[in-house]
Design a protein around this ligand. Sequence first.
Ligand SMILES: Cc1cc2nc3c(=O)[nH]c(=O)nc-3n(C[C@H](O)[C@H](O)[C@H](O)COP(=O)(O)OP(=O)(O)OC[C@H]3O[C@@H](n4cnc5c(N)ncnc54)[C@H](O)[C@@H]3O)c2cc1C
Length: 1021
Amino acid sequence: MAEPYIIKMPKLSDTMEEGTIVTWEKNVGDFIERGTIVATVETDKAIMDVEVFREGYLSGCIDVDSVVPVGTAIAQLVEKESDVSGDVAASSSAPETTAVESVVEETVEAVEEEQDAPEGAYAVKMPKLSDTMEEGTVVTWEKEIGDKIERGDVIATVETDKAIMDVEIFREGYLSGPQLELDSVIEVGGVMAYIVKDVASVVNKAKSSSAAAKKVEATSTSTKPIPAGTDKAKTHIAAMPSGATPAPRPRLGKASPYARQLAGAHGIDLNSITGTGPDGSIIAADVLNSNVQKTATKRIFQVAGEGRAMTAMEKAVAHNMEYSLSMPLFRVTMNIDISSLKAASKAKGFSLTVTLAKAAALGIEKHPSINAVYQHEDRIVERDSVDIGLAVETDGMGLVVPVLRDAANRDLADLSANWKDLVDRARARRLKPDEYSNPTFTISNMGMMGVSHFDAIPSPGTSAIFAIATLGPQGMPVTITADHRIVNGADAAKFLKTFKELVESPTWLDTAATSVAATAAPQASGFTLEKGKYDYDVVVIGGGPGGEDAARDLVGDGYKVAMVNDAPFPGGECLWRGCIPSKAWRAAADKIRDRAHDKLLGVVGTNKPELKWAALEKHRRDVLETRGGMALNTDKGVKIDVIQGFARFVDAHSVHVDTAGNSKDPHTRDIAGNGKKGKTISFGAAIIATGAPPFVPPILGAHDGVEAGGVLTSDTVWGLKKQPMKVGVIGGGAIGVEMAQIFQDFGSKVLLVEGTERILAEVEKDVAKQLTDILNNDKRLTIVTSAKVVELKGKPGEMKLVYEDSEGKKKTYSCDYVIMATGKRPVLEPLNLENAGVAVEDGVIKADECSKTNVPHIFAVGDVIGGLMLAHTAGQQGRVAASNIAGEYMAYNQDKDSGVIFTRPEAAFVGLSTEQAKAKGIDAVEIKVPMSIDAKAMITGETQGLIKIVADKASHKVIGVHFLADHADTLIGEGVMMVSADMTLKQVGDAIHPHPTQTELFGDMARRLGTRLRRTARRNK
Ligand SMILES: Cc1cc2nc3c(=O)[nH]c(=O)nc-3n(C[C@H](O)[C@H](O)[C@H](O)COP(=O)(O)OP(=O)(O)OC[C@H]3O[C@@H](n4cnc5c(N)ncnc54)[C@H](O)[C@@H]3O)c2cc1C
C-alpha cells in the first residue's frame, strides 16, 4: 500500500502558530479530488479553508475544536477505500478529555477481544442510570445501524427500574452491530452495540439473546435477527411522550410495563390487542404493530421537500402535543395585581418565577383536584406531591420544562437554589430525565416577552397549565388551560381565585422564606435587626476594603455603625501594605521598563534611567497618607463612628475594644493591649473584616529571619531603607511574582522559588505558562518551580536561601534579603470567636455566599473568610453583608469575580477558564488571539501575550475572559461587563468598538467564535 498523504495544519497567516478545526467539510471515507476544501480552520485572524491538492480517500480526521500547531497532522488521504480509518491523525494534539467524556467512557469502551465485535470498535454498554439500576431494557434505538453518530447523540432509550432514559454517546463514529434487539434486558455494563470509526467497518447484524442479554418477551417478530445487508431492518419505535401514564392492564391476560406505557401514550385500549408474548401477553411490538394505533393516531399530511430528522427533544414535544389533542381542554382567565409579590420577592432576593411557582403550589394544596391526572382508561391518579414544571427558553434547544418537586412543602431559599441549578443545567443540556419529566402542573410565563394574552397546551400527564402574560392596565392576565376530565370549570376558577389572593397579598412569603431556613444554615433564620436596641446597630471590625465598604453602605441605609480598626487610618492591608504601595513600586518599575521601547519609536538621547530610592519612598508614603486621610474624613463625614482599637468578642452581642496601644504611626498596625484599657460596646449585628496577614511557614530559620529582619514579608518589606541588589523570593503567587519582577526592573538580581509546578494558581493555564516563559526571559530574573526551600540563614543584607530543586539537588542562593510570599492566613485567636459562637473551618471564618456566618446576625467578609484574597472581593463581600443586614438579599458569585496580577505584561482574569467551566458541567469553548497581531501593540512594541474569550457553547454567553497583555488592567473592564451582564458573543460582536484601540479585539474574537459555533452547528445538522 502506498504511504498515506498527511494533511497538516497549514500556516494561513504570518503570525499563525496554531489553528482550531472548525468543521470537516468532507467525511471520513469520502473521495477527495484535487482542489477540494476538506475542512475549515480558525487561525488567529479568521476562519479559513483547508484545500487539498491530492487525490485519495479522507481518513483519520482529528476532532472538531482540536487546537493544533501549524505543521501537525490533522488527517490523511489514503489510496484505497479499504485503507480508510477512523483513527485520528494526531491524537496527541486532540483536546484534553473533558469531564463529560470521562463519564461517558464508562458507557463507550474500547473493545479488546470480544467475539463478533467489529475490529477496532468501541462497545456501547448499558449505562448505570440510577443508583439502584442493575439491568435495563432496550426500549428504542434512536439511531440505525450505519448511522453517523456525533458526540452527544442519543442513540437509544432504555428502561431502568425507575424511568425510560436516553443513552447518550460522546464518541463520533458509526453505529454498528451486533446490536441488541428491542425489549432485550441486559445487565449494566453489558454490550448493546458498537461504535466503529468508519462506515466500512459497520456490521449489520442483530444480537440475539445471549449470555449477556436475556430476552424477557421472546416473540417471533421481535427476536428475529436483523437480516444482514438491509439497512432498514430495525423496528423504529416512536419516542415516548414524557409524562405519559400507562394504560390500564387488559381485562384478560397480561401486558408488559412498556407495552402499557406505550399504549397509554398513544391512547390505545389494550383490550383491543392480541398479545404475542409468552402466554399471550401483550408486548411493545404488539402495541406498535396494532392496527388500532395506526388508525387511532396517524393522519398523514404530505408536505413537499426533503425534511430533516427531528431531534429527540423536538420529537418528544411533537408527540406530546399530538397526544394532548385528545385531551378535552377549557380555559379560564383572571387579571392579577402582581406588584406586592414582585416587591416582596425582590426584597427577599427570590426570583419572581420561583415565588409564582410557590404560590401556585400553595393554591394547588387547597384545590387538590388540580394535582390529579387522568389515566387511561377512566382512572384518576391523585398525586401526593405538588410538582411544578416551569417552561424555560434555552438558546438553541427550544423550550425545556425543569420541575420543582414538592414545591408546596419546600422553603423559598431551597426552591430558589434548586431552580438556579436546574436552569443552569437545562441550558448546558445536563438535566436528568427525572428533573424534567412528570410535573403535575406547568407554568409558562411569556409576560417577560411582552405577550399581552395567550393560552398554553398542557402536556400529557399534567392536569393544567398557567399562561402568564404581560402586565396590562387591568393587571397581569393569567389563563389556566385544564383537562376537563379531571378539573371542572368551577374548580379551575376557585383555584385561580386562590392563586390571585396568594399573589396579591403575599404574607405567606415570610413563612415560606424562613420556615425551612432554620434547617438550611447558614441562611439567616428570621434575623431582623432591631434598630436602636444596642449601642450600635452594626459593629464592623476592621477598616480595610471589606469593612469600610460595608460600613459606608450601612450608614447610607440609616444604621448606626461603629467601625473598629486597630490602626490610625482606614484602608487596611490594601492601602498600607498591599495593593497601593506595591503599585507605586510597579509604576516606578514601569517607567524604567518603558524606556526600552522608546528607541523603537525613534525616541533617543535620554539617559539610562536611575532609581532614587528615597524619592520613590517619599512619594509612596505621601500617596498612602493622603489617601488614608481622605478615607478617614469620608468615613467620619458620612457618620461612621471610627474607633481606633482592637476588638475582641465578649459575647454574641458585644465586643471589647482595646485601646491600650493606640499608635500614631499611620503606616503600622497596632495589635493592642491587655484588655484592661478600652470599652465594651454592644451591637445588633456585626461584620468581621479583619483580613489575613502574611503566613510564614515553618522553614528552618524563617521565623528567626523575620525577627532579625533578613526575611521580609509583605508587612515589613516597606521598611527597606535602600534598594537591595540581590533578592530571593519564596512563593509564586501574585505577591511573589509582582515583587520579583519589580525588583528585577529596578536592577536587582532575583531568584523566585515556587514549590508547585506552576506559578499563579488562580490564573488561566496558558496565561501562567506564557508569563513564566516571559519572566524567565527577563534579564536578571530566574523562576524555579517544583522546588523546596529547606533553610534560610544569615543576617539582613547577607542572607542564604537553601533549596532543593525539582531533582532533589540542594542549591544555595546568596542575597541581601529574602521576601517570604507564601500566602496569607487569618489570625483568629485574639478575636475570641468562641465567645460569640462563630464557627471556623480550615483556618478561616466560615461564611456563605451572603457573607453570613453560622451566627445569624454575625457576618464575615474579605480575606478572613479565605477564597480569593483580593481587595475588590473583600469590598463586594462587604456590600453583600450590608445588603443582607438591611434585608435585601445579595450574594457574592466567585464565578464572576476578577483579578489582575500587575506584572509586565499583566495577567488578568474574569469569570471561568475553559477548564473550570468544564469541571462545572458547562460545555465551554474558547477563542484566543496573540497580542502580536494587534496594531496598537505593534506600535508600542508590547506584543507579548494573548487574550482569550471563553463562552458557553449552548447559550453563546461569555463566561470568562483571560489576559496576558500590557494594559490588561484597563482592558479587563470590558471583560468584567461581558461576564457580569451575561452578554452573548453576538452582543459583544455587534458592539461598535472604536478604532484603533485594543478593545476591537473583543469584537473580532466574539464574531469569530460566534461564526465558528454557527458553522459547526450547521455542519452537524
Ligand atoms: C503586597 C500585596 C499586594 C496586593 N495587591 C493587590 C492588588 O493589586 N489587588 C487586590 O485586589 N488585592 C491586592 N492585595 C490583597 C489586598 O490587600 C487584600 O485582599 C485586602 O486588603 C483584604 O481586605 P480586607 O478588608 O479583608 O482586610 P484588610 O485590608 O487586611 O483589613 C483588615 C483591617 O482590620 C484590622 N484588624 C484586624 N484585626 C482587628 C481587630 N481585632 N480589631 C480591629 N481591627 C482589626 C487590620 O489592622 C486591618 O486594618 C495585595 C496584598 C499584598 C500583601
